[in-house]
Design a protein around this ligand. Structure first.
Ligand SMILES: CCCCCC/C=C/C(=O)SCCNC(=O)CCNC(=O)[C@H](O)C(C)(C)COP(=O)(O)OP(=O)(O)OC[C@H]1O[C@@H](n2cnc3c(N)ncnc32)[C@H](O)[C@@H]1OP(=O)(O)O
Length: 392
């Protein structure tokens, strides 16, 4: 857990804040502006996200001000009320920059980041490879704006099937989103599918320890992956843009809201695949939709339309596909303006009562699945799909 001061400061400041000592900051503020390009500015903002150390609230306030000045110009917010301490401090810092030109503020920001790299340790220096993960993903598109971090599954030609890299990248993106300054986090899919579930080619790469080792590693990965959803601290919303299969459906029981296009379908064909439910669905689905309805889905593999899934409580609301994106994002942007701490705390109250149970269910489901993956029923189903004999 980060120190309190750091967490407080993260609330005050955009993620693009950097660390530098106050005198150095003043020095840079007084400098004659050189011209930093927009690209330099964006690089500096990315560099800031790699910081591991708390730069102190005073410095971060100054940096917040520089960021706002660089992106919006002179302070344009009404002065907050006397009891709104945090916003008053932010307003004061920004307002103090007066009419400092945007370009100068941008340059100062960039200079500060480069000074920072010599004065403080950043995670890119500690963990090679983090940079790529923080700034670019192979299987995801991750963006953060308007208080929303959007994690988009990005293997549209494979119907956003989850390969091993994607499991790792989603965990990484969720951990980053839990610490960034967005208010809510959204998971969605690129292309016509939300996700076709587990990538069945995950079963083909057999390690030296054989299929037993493969199944054991798969169960460990799955448990950690689902655990990230159980523990995610902010409102987590699924924007289901098209058909959803397997684990991409079961996980929905761990989301705080699920918005679906009327093109979406919800399919958990575990018995067809010789497998068993995961994502805590053996617990969440019967609670959400009644045991009998959950059995139809999880045991008999009944595919639900979006309307049916909404009637059963798995989906919060369905929108016509033609207006889906517009309507949903308008709503999400409004949600993201709500006080983030209040939302976190309310989610915590709801989730904490269930957390221990959910982790226990997750562990049991993974252990059962580990056995299923070694069964003839499962192996035959996977071979059948991979040899193009079967599709759902
Ligand atoms: C660490 C391990 C954790 C495991 C957790 C347990 C999770 C379980 C599950 O999620 S079970 C669900 C598994 N998913 C499936 O069984 C779906 C299989 N796919 C299909 O049946 C079909 O592809 C389809 C109905 C989703 C879509 O059909 P269609 O519209 O005709 O498209 P294509 O079949 O041509 O698909 C295009 C392209 O994508 C590849 N692909 C799609 N889904 C998967 C997948 N799940 N795994 C691997 N590959 C997939 C498909 O093969 C095509 O590839 P190609 O263009 O031929 O190279």
């Amino acid at each position: 857990m980060a120190p309190l001061a750091w967490r407080l400061a993260q609330r005050w400041c955009p993620s693009s804040l950097q660390v530098i000592s106050f005198p150095v900051l003043q020095l840079h503020l007084n400098r004659t502006a050189m011209r930093a390009s927009q690209k330099d500015f964006e690089n500096a903002m990315n560099q800031v996200k790699l910081l591991k150390k708390d730069p102190g609230n005073e410095v971060k306030l100054k940096l917040y001000a520089l960021y706002k000045q660089a992106t919006e110009g002179p302070c344009n917010m009404p002065k907050p009320g006397v009891f709104d301490l945090i916003n008053k401090a932010k307003w004061g810092a920004w307002n103090a920059l007066g009419s400092l030109p945007k370009e100068t503020a941008r340059q100062n920001y960039v200079d500060l980041v480069s000074s920072l790299s010599s004065s403080l340790e950043s995670s890119s220096q500690v963990e090679p490879g983090t940079d790529r993960k923080s700034t670019g993903y192979e299987t995801l598109m991750v963006t953060s704006e308007d208080g929303i971090t959007k994690i988009m599954l990005n293997r549209p030609t494979k119907k956003n099937a989850l390969n091993v890299e994607m499991y790792h990248e989603i965990m990484h993106a969720l951990k980053a989103a839990s610490k960034d300054d967005s208010a809510i986090t959204v998971l969605t899919g690129n292309g016509d599918y939300y996700s076709s579930g587990n990538d069945l080619t995950n079963f083909t790469d057999i390690p030296p320890g054989g299929v037993e080792e493969k199944a054991k590693n798969g169960a460990i990965l799955l448990r950690e992956f689902v655990g990230c959803f159980i523990d995610f601290p902010k409102p987590l919303i699924a924007v289901v843009n098209g058909p959803a299969v397997g684990i991409s459906v079961t996980l929905l029981g761990l989301f705080d809201a699920v918005y679906a296009s009327d093109r979406a379908t919800f399919h958990t064909p575990f018995s067809h695949l010789g497998q068993s439910p995961e994502g805590c669905s053996s617990y969440t689905f019967p609670k959400i939709m009644s045991p009998a309805k959950a059995t139809e889905m999880l045991v008999f593999g009944k595919k639900l339309t979006a309307g049916e899934a909404c009637a059963q409580g798995l989906v919060t609301e369905v929108f016509p596909d033609s207006t889906f994106q517009k309507e949903v994002w308008t709503r999400l942007k409004a949600f993201a303006k709500l006080p983030p701490n209040a939302m976190r705390i309310s989610k915590e109250i709801i989730r904490n009562r269930e957390k221990e149970k959910l982790h226990a269910v997750n562990a049991e489901e993974c252990s059962v699945l580990q056995g299923r993956w070694l069964s003839d029923e499962c192996m035959n189903a996977v071979v059948s799909f991979l040899s193009r004999k079967s599709k759902l």
